[in-house]
Design a protein around this ligand. Structure first.
Ligand code: ROI
Length: 167
């Protein structure tokens, strides 16, 4: 048997799409993430239907959150996620906060808090985003978000804003 790296971290990834068959985008991204070397799926939330945050002249979103165990360093995880976005033909419409085929965000990486070029962890604005907090709560109800507090407390302060679980 071969050795494997033993240092692993629990990380949470946010998935979002509002173009080119969002449900299929999210589902195939899940498969691709689970197939990454050094990443193991621990949990996957329900799919959620959400109203766009930002410009309103864009389709509604499908969002989900995935929990993984990984031995990739944060930047390697980010680059792997970006490669999946590109493989799935990432398309973005407009400048800031426009529609997109697939968005994969590193939301949380273990207990760490850091801010480096291209990556802020925990994700900036996480506490204002119902489409991140509620799926995260579904798979990790006991979670404490580093620097921000318990998920239960964050949820109590974040209105659903039209978020609904899909069946
Ligand atoms: N709005 C929703 N509902 N879901 C998203 O994933 C999402 N992603 C974004 C912006 C444009 C901020 N709005 C979003 O990047």
């Amino acid at each position: 048997m071969k050795y494997t790296a033993s240092v692993s971290t629990v990380a949470y990834i946010g998935l979002g799409s509002n173009l080119e068959q969002p449900v299929a985008q999210i589902t195939s991204a899940r498969t691709a993430i689970a197939l990454l070397t050094g990443v193991k799926e621990l949990a996957f939330s329900s799919l959620y239907h959400s109203l766009p945050m930002g410009p309103q002249d864009q389709p509604d979103y499908v969002n989900a959150v995935m929990g993984v165990k990984t031995n990739l360093l944060p930047m390697a995880l980010l680059r792997s996620l970006q490669a999946i976005e590109n493989d799935q033909g990432r398309l973005r419409i407009g400048e800031r906060w426009g529609a997109r085929t697939l968005d994969l965000d590193v939301l949380i990486y273990g207990e760490q808090e850091f801010d480096v070029p291209d990556l802020t962890v925990p994700h900036k604005g996480l506490e204002e985003r119902s489409f991140v907090l509620y799926p995260l709560f579904e798979i990790a109800p006991q979670l404490r978000v580093p620097g921000k507090g318990f998920i239960t407390d964050l949820i109590a302060k974040c209105p659903l804003a039209g978020l609904r679980r899909m069946d």
